[in-house]
Write a protein that binds this ligand. Structure first.
Ligand code: IVH
Length: 819
């Protein structure tokens, strides 16, 4: 799916519009293909409609784009190769969509404007349920069914006559009399809910894949090469339109439907005629209210101008008639029962709870799974401690409300407590990873002091759920750059158990690699045979040679990576929050692994305690105030010298250099409850301050507390440590490849003084640090360089006294240029 947000076309440049248009067209064409050809949609109807609408809006703003791109004219998808093709004498088109009542009003107004219809003249519309099945065109000649064709791409469909003949709702011969000699009847093939459930039960019993919804099952059933399969599936049909007819059937849409009915064709009984938008909207409301009881899926109501002469005048805009509108239903809810709660492990190790539901149709899709987001969502407690669903938790056995909005993954919205079984127990969220058994923890966010919403597996490199993704990252270009292993080989080798952790890559040999690849190839062809797909041509000798060569190349690439710079090694490990720049920052400070390991162990021991973290997270207490409070304690309300209050508030009290405002005091009081409790909290927090060993990482602008905690957590897991040790047995770590400038500044101490004119002090500091230098605030004999801008004072004198080199800002800029 292409990038996300629709943009108002007026704000787009023509170039951006063209790019967006191309991306949308491609996405729509792909969705069409999956829906119509594979009967296996991957996006929801609502998401599809959004794409279509965005395309239309874009084309309205950039008319030159209309008619270009893969999707603009196509309706549906190219007919499948499986069936003979049928060219539709009259194309099978689609309908414009609306969701809001206002759009219906606008549709009626538009039609009236177009027809120049005076306000005092009525205008009739039919309102018919929009059946959620697949459209079919039935060609009757002299009253006998001769051809049945699917829509295909709207121009050419698939010949499914033999299958359609097995559908009991479809007459082989039209009843009564008066039908045109050539009469193409169009309508929708669908399955009832009951029949759909029975078909899926049979599929399940036969160990076959289940259909996602009645529409897919109907499509899958009609588009069978073997008509006996279609015959075994009780497909149904509603007629609502027509194609080529050798003479007019009636003067109105409702008249045609009446004649269809007289000829023995099923027409939908919930069709009415309306004269105003208000009546149409009211009918839509009635149908929506009865939707669940209809016994088959509908996804909206279709309005059509009743008078066919007016329909002809109105005509078409690109792919849809100006005289019709599909008023679609919004997101749907349904009640069902939670049969289980599963935990999936994501590729970053997140433990994702998923509700296994008693299957239920929600807005035309059978839902049997729904996301439960995270531990707190199951418990009914939000990240901020606020209740979710008024605190109702979700338990196995609960009856829940499931919502399917535009998204593909439905949500459990609420619990019906009245229906909770007496023996339902609260769900116990696991604290070990279901994939590898490692501990699963909710890290404390060092910035807020609160636990993360997501519980994560600490298994890192040894967790199979994370393993493949981690290994792919390990071999990626900026890691070990063993791209030959790419996507497929890593998966094959992981599944074969040959490569489970990075070190395993370095222990591969030709025979084992070859054996895994051959085994995989054979498994694939067995699968194909079972699925009835013709086997590909037998591997030739030449192919075998090519494969051998590829294996040799892989092994040569591995041999080439027996040593790697520290930064790439660190990045390749895939530690959460350690991207390339953090890896470089670490590599600049630690040139070998044992030094980093020792520093991290010390940092782990010097981590702040929970009381300090809690104190740090109190609103309005910034780090400076926090540190001063922990040093000098809470100033008494009347004590000390008054200093300026913060935020323009009246000054309150100052003790030594502490700035402390009434609102800060109020915030502490709100958090801790009483003055005494604040005193106690300060004492405890002061005792749990992070030590210097922690602060060298956490206070480093290029590392920070989040990455620091992540590193500590990673290396404190024995299995991660073991995996890294195993890797270090195979690979030598070199110091980071230093750039010329970096070499010049590595380990140097620099002091900036005076006013910098070409950059801020922060930027200058960041540049110096990036190049390996330490920035200090005071000049001593150990200072290597002083960068002095205008107004430099005592530091310049100090520099001269210690014989430290002094350069101007311009000179400094030249020194670091290009770095
Ligand atoms: S009229 C030119 N009427 O909805 C208009 N279509 O989204 C021909 N559909 O392709 C369609 N119920 O497959 C019409 N009562 C109804 C319908 C209906 C379902 C389907 C049909 C059409 C699609 C458009």
């Amino acid at each position: 799916m292409p990038a996300s947000k629709p943009d108002a076309p007026t704000r787009l440049t023509a170039e951006a519009a063209r790019a967006r248009h191309a991306a949308l067209s491609e996405a729509i064409a792909e969705a069409d293909r999956l829906y119509h050809q594979e009967d296996a949609p991957e996006i929801s109807d609502a998401a599809y409609d959004r794409l279509r609408r965005e395309l239309e809006t874009l084309e309205a703003g950039f008319p030159e784009l209309s008619g270009t791109g893969a999707a603009s004219a196509a309706v549906g998808a190219k007919p499948s190769e499986k069936f003979a093709k049928v060219r539709h004498a009259v194309p099978m088109l689609s309908l414009g969509n609306a969701f809001a009542d206002a759009e219906v009003e606008e549709f009626v107004a538009r039609v009236r404007r177009f027809l120049n219809r005076p306000a005092d003249e009525t205008l009739a519309f039919t309102a018919e349920p929009k059946i959620d099945g697949l459209s079919l065109s039935l060609r009757y000649e002299h009253g006998r069914l001769v051809t049945a064709a699917t829509r295909g791409d709207g121009e050419t469909g698939e010949n499914v006559t033999a299958n359609a003949r097995t559908v009991r709702d479809i007459p082989q011969a039209l009843a009564g009399a008066g039908w045109p000699a050539v009469c193409e009847v169009r309508g929708e093939v669908y399955l009832s809910h009951a029949d759909f459930a029975a078909i899926n039960a049979r599929q399940a019993a036969a160990g076959k894949a289940l259909f996602a919804n009645p529409r897919n099952a109907a499509a899958g059933s009609l588009r069978q090469l073997d008509p006996s399969i279609t015959a075994a599936r009780p497909l149904k049909f509603f007629a609502y339109a027509w194609g080529e007819v050798s003479e007019a059937i009636a003067a109105t849409q409702s008249g045609v439907l009446a004649r269809f009915a007289a000829w023995g064709l099923p027409v939908n009984p919930r069709t009415v005629t309306c004269e105003t938008a208000a009546e149409m909207i009211a009918h839509y409301g009635n149908i929506e209210a009865d939707r669940a009881g209809l016994g088959y899926d509908i996804d909206g109501v279709v309005y059509k101008v009743d008078d066919l002469a007016l329909q002809r005048r109105l005509g078409f805009v690109s792919r849809s008639p100006r005289w019709a509108l599909a008023h679609k239903f919004a997101a749907q809810e349904a009640l069902t029962v939670v049969e289980g709660i599963d935990i999936n492990v994501g590729r970053t190790g997140s433990l994702n709870p998923l509700a296994r539901l008693r299957p239920v149709t929600v807005g035309g899709v059978v839902v049997s799974n729904a996301t439960l987001h995270n531990e707190g969502y199951v418990k009914g407690v939000g990240g901020d401690g606020e209740p979710i669903r008024e605190g109702r938790d979700i338990r196995v056995g609960d009856t829940v409300i499931v919502l399917r909005a535009g998204d593909v993954i439905p949500k459990v919205m609420d619990v019906v407590l009245d229906k909770r079984p007496a023996d339902a127990t609260p769900f116990v969220f696991p604290d070990t990873c279901p994939a590898c058994g490692s501990r699963a923890v909710r890290e404390i966010n060092p910035r807020t002091g609160a636990p993360d919403a997501v519980r994560r597996c600490t298994g890192g490199l040894i967790c199979p759920a994370q393993g493949v993704e981690r290994l792919k990252h390990f071999v990626s270009r900026n890691g070990f750059d063993l791209e030959g292993f790419g996507q497929t080989y890593i998966e094959v080798l992981f599944e074969a158990g040959l490569v489970r952790q990075p070190a395993d890559l370095f222990r591969l040999d030709f025979a084992r690699l070859k054996a895994a690849i051959v085994a995989r190839r054979e498994a694939l062809s067995a699968e194909r045979r079972e699925a009835g797909v013709p086997a590909p041509k037998k591997a030739t000798k030449k192919k075998g040679e090519e494969e051998d060569k590829a294996i040799h190349n892989l092994l040569a690439a591995v041999a080439d990576r027996r040593s790697l710079p520290m930064n790439r090694f660190l990045f390749a490990l895939g530690i959460p929050d350690i991207g390339e720049s953090t890896a470089k920052a670490l590599a600049r400070r630690f040139s070998d692994f044992s030094a980093l390991g020792a520093a991290l162990a010390a940092a782990g021991a010097a981590k702040a305690g929970p009381d300090w973290l809690e104190f740090s997270a109190v609103p309005r207490i910034g780090p400076t105030t926090r540190d001063r409070l922990l040093e000098v304690g809470l100033p008494g309300e009347a004590a000390g010298d008054a200093v300026d209050g913060q935020d323009g508030e009246p000054p309150v009290v100052g003790v030594a250099k502490i700035r402390f405002s009434t609102s800060q005091r109020a915030s502490l009081l709100a958090h801790y409850g009483s003055e005494a409790a604040i005193h106690e909290a300060i004492a405890k927090a002061a005792a749990q301050r992070p030590g210097d060993a922690y602060r060298v990482f956490a206070d480093d602008g290029e590392i920070g507390p989040v990455a620091t905690d992540s590193l500590i957590a990673f290396f404190s897991e024995p299995h991660n440590d073991a995996a890294v040790s195993a890797l270090l047995d195979e690979v030598a770590v070199e110091p980071m490849a230093a750039t010329a400038q970096a070499a010049a500044f590595a380990g140097k101490t620099i002091v900036f003084t005076g006013t910098l004119e070409r950059m801020t002090r922060n930027e200058a500091k960041a540049t110096a640090e990036r190049l390996g230098a330490k920035v200090s605030g005071s000049v001593s004999a150990r200072t290597d360089l002083v960068v002095a801008g205008p107004g430099a004072g005592s530091k310049l004198t100090d520099a001269e006294r210690h014989g430290v080199r002094v350069v101007s800002e311009d000179e400094w800029v030249a020194m670091v240029a290009g770095a």
